[in-house]
Ligand binder design. Structure first.
Ligand code: G6Q
Length: 546
C-alpha cells in the first residue's frame, strides 16, 4: 500500500495550503454571500454548518479527491459488508449491525448476524421491562432502585455519557451509577447511600478479565453478600455483559443472567450492544431503540450519500486538512448543552484510541500526523477557562460547537443566552478583531490615543480560527444516536485516509500487562530487577510507606 502522502492528491493539498495559509475567512465570507448556504448540510436530524473553515470550494474538492484516492467509499462498503477490516485482530467491525433497524442481512463469515443481534435486543427488552416494572426482584423481594454498572473504558464511557445525556428521559427508578476506576474510592463513594436489597450490579466487560472491573466486581459482590447475608443473593443482584461465558460462570454469575455480544463489536463502539443495558434500564427500552434508530439513520446517510454531502466525510476530511496540512495537533469538542457533559470525554476515547496510531495497516511507520488530541467541556464554562488560548494562543485548534435549539429545562432566557454565547464564539473565532478595530473601540470608550496604541496589540485577535457547528432541535435519544454515529464515521473516514487500523488498541493492552507485573512485585514487597531507577525508586518509596 502506497503511503497516502505520496499521492498526487496529497501533494495537491500541500500546495493548496501554501495558498490558503494567506487567506482569511473574513474575506471568504465577504466574497461569497451564499457561503453558509453552500457550506451547510442536514442529515438524520442534525444541521451541520461548516462555513467557518479555512476552505474554499477548491479545498473541499481536493479533500474529497484525497478521500477517494484513499478509497473511503470502498472501505466503507467493506465495513458494512462484514469484512475483517480490523486486520490486526482479524475481526469484522460491525457496530452498524447492532443498530441495523432495517434488518437487512449483514454477513460475517457467511452467516447473517441479525438474528443474534435481535435475540440479544429482545432479552434486553424483557429484562429492562421487568426491572423497571418492579417484576425483577432483589433477594428480599424488593424492586430494584439503583443500577451500578461496573466496567471501564468502552464498557463504561458510552453508557455513562448516554445516560447523562438522556437524564430528562430517566424514570425515578432505577437510577444509573457508574463505577470504573480501580481506586476503591470510586466504588466506596458510589455505594454510600445505596441499599443492597434494592441494588442491581451490571458487570460489563467484553473480556471479563480486565483488572479494574474484576476487582470492583469482587468488592461489590462482597458488599452485597455482607449486606444481605447470603451468597445466594448474587443471583438476584448481579448480571453480566460479556463475550466470555466461561469467565462469567467462573465469577459466579449464571449465564442465564448474562447478555452477550460479539468480537466484531469494539469496546469503544459497544454502547449499541448489551453494553447499553444501563441505558435501557434508565430510560426504557423504547428510548434505547430510538437511540439505535437515530444512529441507523446516520449510518444510512454515511453509507449512501455522495461524499460532497456526506456529513461524517466532510468533518473527517476537514480534520485531515488541519492536522496534516495546517499543523493542528488538537481538536476541541464544545457542547452547549449540560446534558452532553460527558460527550467530549466519550469521543476523546473514541477518537484517540481509534486513530492514535503510528503505523499503517501494513506496519509501515507513517510520516504524517494521525489522530489529534481530543478534548473539551460544555460551554459556557470553557469560555471562562481555556477559550482564551483558542482565541489568542499560538495553537490552531479546530473546534466543534454542538447545540440544541430547545432546552429540556426552559427557564427564563437561559437558553437564549446559552445559544447567543455559542454563536458569538464561533463568529469571534472566525472574524477576530483587527488592530484598528481594537484601537477604535478603545478611543470610543474614552482612552487616550497613546494608551489605545499601547493596548491595541493585546486586544487584537487574528481570527481565522476554524469551527464547525452542529445543531439539532433537541437532545433526544434519536438525535443523540445520530450525533454519536456522525463522530464514529468521521473517525472511520480519517483512519482510512491515514491508512491505519482504527479498530485495535495495543496501547490499552500494554497498560493491562504492565500493571500486572508491578502488582506482583508490590505483593512480594520488593521491586523486580528489571526496572529503571526511577520506577524502582517510586516502588521503594511506596513500599516503605504503605
Ligand atoms: C475500547 C478498549 C477499552 C476497553 C476496556 C475494557 O475500545 O478496548 O477501552 O473497552 O479496556 O475492556 P473490557 O470490556 O474487556 O473489560
Amino acid at each position: 500500500m502506497a503511503l497516502i502522502d505520496t499521492t498526487p492528491q496529497w501533494q495537491a493539498l500541500a500546495a493548496h495550503w501554501q495558498r490558503m495559509a494567506q487567506v482569511h475567512m473574513r474575506d471568504l465570507f465577504a466574497r461569497e454571500p451564499d457561503r453558509a448556504k453552500r457550506m451547510s448540510a442536514d442529515a438524520a436530524g442534525l444541521h451541520l454548518d461548516y462555513a467557518k473553515h479555512i476552505a474554499t470550494d477548491e479545498t473541499l474538492k481536493l479533500l474529497l479527491e484525497l478521500a477517494r484516492a484513499a478509497e473511503v467509499e470502498g472501505w466503507r462498503e467493506r465495513m458494512f459488508a462484514g469484512e475483517h477490516i480490523n486486520s490486526t485482530e482479524d475481526r469484522a467491525v460491525l457496530h452498524v449491525a447492532l443498530r441495523n433497524r432495517s434488518n437487512r442481512p449483514i454477513l460475517v463469515d457467511g452467516a447473517d448476524v441479525m438474528p443474534e443481534v435481535n435475540g440479544v435486543l429482545n432479552r434486553m427488552r424483557d429484562f429492562s421491562n421487568r426491572v423497571r416494572a418492579g417484576d425483577w426482584q432483589g433477594f428480599t423481594g424488593r424492586p430494584i432502585n439503583d443500577v451500578v454498572n461496573i466496567g471501564i473504558g468502552g464498557s463504561n464511557l458510552g453508557p455513562k455519557m448516554v445516560c447523562t445525556a438522556l437524564t430528562p428521559y430517566q424514570s425515578e427508578a432505577p437510577r444509573p451509577h457508574f463505577v470504573s476506576n480501580v481506586d476503591g474510592t470510586h466504588l466506596a463513594e458510589t455505594l454510600k447511600g445505596l441499599d443492597p436489597s434494592t441494588t442491581l450490579f451490571i458487570v460489563a466487560s467484553k473480556t471479563f478479565t480486565t483488572q479494574e472491573t474484576m476487582t470492583n466486581a469482587r468488592s461489590a459482590r462482597q458488599w452485597l453478600v455482607d449486606g444481605l447475608g447470603s451468597d445466594a443473593a448474587v443471583r438476584n443482584h448481579f448480571v453480566a455483559v460479556s463475550t466470555n461465558a466461561e469467565k462469567v460462570t467462573e465469577f459466579g454469575i449464571d449465564t442465564e443472567n448474562m447478555f452477550g455480544f460479539w468480537d466484531w463489536v469494539g469496546g469503544r463502539y459497544s454502547l449499541w450492544s448489551a453494553i447499553g443495558l444501563p441505558i435501557a434500564l434508565a430510560v426504557g427500552f423504547e428510548r434505547f431503540e430510538e437511540l439505535l434508530a437515530g444512529a441507523h439513520e446516520m449510518d444510512e446517510h454515511f453509507r449512501t450519500a455522495p461524499l460532497e454531502q456526506n456529513l461524517p466525510v466532510l468533518l473527517g476530511m476537514l480534520g485531515v486538512w488541519y492536522i496534516d496540512f495546517a499543523g493542528a495537533a488538537t481538536h476541541a469538542i464544545l457542547p452547549y448543552d449540560q446534558y452532553l457533559e460527558h460527550f467530549p470525554a466519550y469521543f476523546q476515547q473514541g477518537d484517540m484510541e481509534s486513530n492514535g496510531k503510528h503505523v499503517t495497516r501494513d506496519g509501515a511507520r507513517v510520516p504524517y500526523h494521525t489522530g489529534p488530541v481530543v478534548w473539551g467541556q460544555p460551554g459556557t464554562d470553557g469560555q471562562h477557562a481555556f477559550y482564551q488560548l483558542i482565541h489568542q494562543g499560538t495553537e490552531l485548534i479546530p473546534s466543534d460547537f454542538i447545540a440544541p435549539a430547545k432546552s429540556h429545562n426552559p427557564m427564563g432566557d437561559h437558553h437564549a443566552k446559552l445559544l447567543a454565547n455559542c454563536f458569538a464564539q464561533t463568529e469571534a473565532l472566525m472574524r477576530g478583531r483587527t488592530l484598528e478595530e481594537a484601537r477604535d473601540g478603545m478611543l470610543a470608550a474614552g482612552l487616550d490615543s497613546a494608551e489605545a496604541d499601547r493596548l491595541a496589540p493585546q486586544r487584537q485577535f487574528d481570527g481565522n480560527r476554524p469551527s464547525s457547528t452542529i445543531l439539532m432541535e433537541q437532545v433526544t435519544p434519536r438525535t443523540l444516536g445520530a450525533l454519536i454515529a456522525l463522530y464514529e464515521h468521521k473517525i472511520f473516514t480519517q483512519g482510512i485516509v491515514w491508512g491505519i487500523n482504527s479498530f485495535d488498541q495495543w496501547g490499552v493492552e500494554l497498560g493491562k500487562q504492565l500493571a500486572g507485573v508491578i502488582l506482583g512485585e508490590i505483593e512480594d514487597g520488593k521491586p523486580g530487577a528489571d526496572h529503571d531507577s526511577s520506577t524502582a525508586g517510586l516502588l521503594e518509596w511506596y513500599l516503605a510507606r504503605r
